[in-house]
Each structure stands twice: as structure tokens, then as C-alpha cells.
Design a protein around this ligand. Structure first.
Ligand code: DC
Length: 237
């Protein structure tokens, strides 16, 4: 199935970049500001990684056939729990796994299983149909290059590994999670970058026509403002 096979019902904004560049916070804010639907594609890969972990498939290296089968059969759905809590929740086979997929183990597992071609193929159609449903803003690693090469606006966010490690640590502290050391966090981020950018299929890379923004020295507000301006210019609305 190609992106063109599903008719787009609105504008599509693609936001790619490595972990810790502020992608999720920026995408959430932009979606609220512009009234676009936010699609967190990393949550799909994380959900499959969670299913794998529960079956113990992560212990001895992933069996590509089995993981692909799991990804094909999994029923993945984004839902809003209530008007009071409008944040996106993700359900796998009917179970709300929103919090369960936010652990360092699942981050690493998601990065590993996302290198399996069958898994990427299994999740592609869903990402395209979510993006085509209306005005949407998708965040991931290959949105501007593979999922929506014809997106109406594309961004590629970057930040230094040091800055990203600092941000992740304060995020974990704020959430009351037990954070690893700064050095360990830097090591995990660098390892995920390497895995995500060196895989053969749909590696993390900037699309030629994406606007690159280094967020290291910018506040969230500054990034959002710049991107919103760019999106409005591109869409002419
Ligand atoms: O954005 P995230 O950290 O939640 O993503 C988790 C992993 O999923 C990431 O390390 C690589 C993979 N991923 C991907 O390969 N393609 C995407 N579009 C989104 C995520």
C-alpha cells in the first residue's frame, strides 16, 4: 500500500528525530494549538515490544518471524479516555498500556524490533490510515521519509546527546521514576541513536525537504512558535 492509496482528509505534518529532542512535547503542544490529531508512532513500536517482553521473546534475541506475526495480529488503537483526560491513550488487544510502555527496557526493545522489516511493514498501513483521517501531526523516525513522503510540512528535530540525557533525567525525576546515572543515560541514548540510524530499513534520517531545528538551546515555547509559524505558512491557513 502506498501513501497515495489512502486519500488524505486533511493536512499531514511529519516530525522526526532521535529520542529526547523534545519531539513528543512539541508535537502535543502543536496538536493542541492547531487542532490536529497527534499520532505518536513510537507508541506502536513500543506496544509490540511490550507484547514481546511478556512472551519472553526478548531474552535470546528476537525471532523475526514470531515478532512480525505478533505485530500483524496485534490490535492497536489510540483512544481518549475522557474529556477530563484528553491525552492519547494506547490500547493493545483491548488493554490500556499507555504507562507500561514507558520504561527503559521497552525503549530499547522498541528500538530493536523496529529494525525488523516485517514489523515495519505491519505498522505502516495503520500509521498511514491514522494520518489520513484528518488534520494530523505524526511524530517518529521515518514519517517524512517513508510513512508520509508527501507530508505538507516536515521537521527534523535534533539536540546534543548531553542535552537529551539531561532532559530525560529531569523528566524521569518529575515522574517519580528512579533515574539511571547521567553517564548511563547518555550511553542508552547513544545506543538507541546508533540502532535507529544504522538499521537497513527506514533508518532515522532527515528528509531532504524537512526543516531541521536544533532544540539544544531553545525553550519548548520557542520551538513550538517557530514550527507553528512554518506550518501556517506552508498550509496557507
Ligand atoms: O519515539 P519513541 O522513543 O517512542 O520510539 C521508540 C522506538 O521505536 C525508537 O527507538 C525507534 C522506533 N520507531 C521507529 O522505528 N519508527 C518510528 N516512526 C517511531 C519509532
Amino acid at each position: 500500500m502506498t501513501a497515495a492509496a489512502i486519500p488524505k482528509r486533511g493536512a499531514v505534518v511529519a516530525i522526526d528525530g532521535p529520542a529526547g529532542t523534545g519531539k513528543s512535547s512539541v508535537t502535543k503542544r502543536l496538536a493542541e494549538l492547531l487542532h490536529f490529531v497527534h499520532v505518536d508512532t513510537g507508541a506502536l513500536y513500543r506496544s509490540i515490544a511490550l507484547l514481546c517482553a511478556r512472551l519472553g521473546l526478548d531474552r535470546e534475541g528476537y525471532d523475526e518471524g514470531l515478532v512480525t506475526e505478533l505485530a500483524r495480529k496485534a490490535h492497536l488503537e489510540f483512544k481518549r479516555r475522557s474529556d477530563l483526560n484528553p491525552a492519547n491513550r494506547i490500547f493493545v488487544n483491548g488493554e490500556d498500556v499507555t504507562e507500561l510502555i514507558r520504561t527503559p527496557e521497552i525503549s530499547m526493545g522498541a528500538s530493536k524490533i523496529s529494525a525488523i522489516p516485517g514489523v515495519r511493514a505491519a505498522l505502516l498501513g495503520l500509521q498511514r490510515s491514522l494520518g489520513c483521517a484528518g488534520d494530523s501531526i505524526l511524530e517518529g523516525r521515518d514519517i517524512g521519509t517513508v510513512v508520509f513522503p508527501d507530508a505538507d510540512a516536515k521537521f527534523f528535530l535534533t539536540a546534543s546527546v548531553e542535552e537529551r540525557a539531561k532532559r530525560r533525567l529531569s523528566e524521569m525525576e518529575a515522574q517519580g521514576k528512579d533515574p539511571p546515572s547521567y553517564q548511563e543515560m547518555k550511553r542508552q541514548i547513544a545506543q538507541r541513536d546508533k540502532q535507529d540510524s544504522e538499521r537497513e530499513i527506514a533508518p532515522l534520517r532527515k528528509a531532504n525537504d524537512a526543516v531541521e531545528i536544533d532544540t539544544s538551546r531553545l525553550t519548548l515555547d520557542e520551538v513550538v512558535e517557530r514550527m507553528a509559524g512554518e506550518i501556517r505558512t506552508r498550509l496557507g491557513r
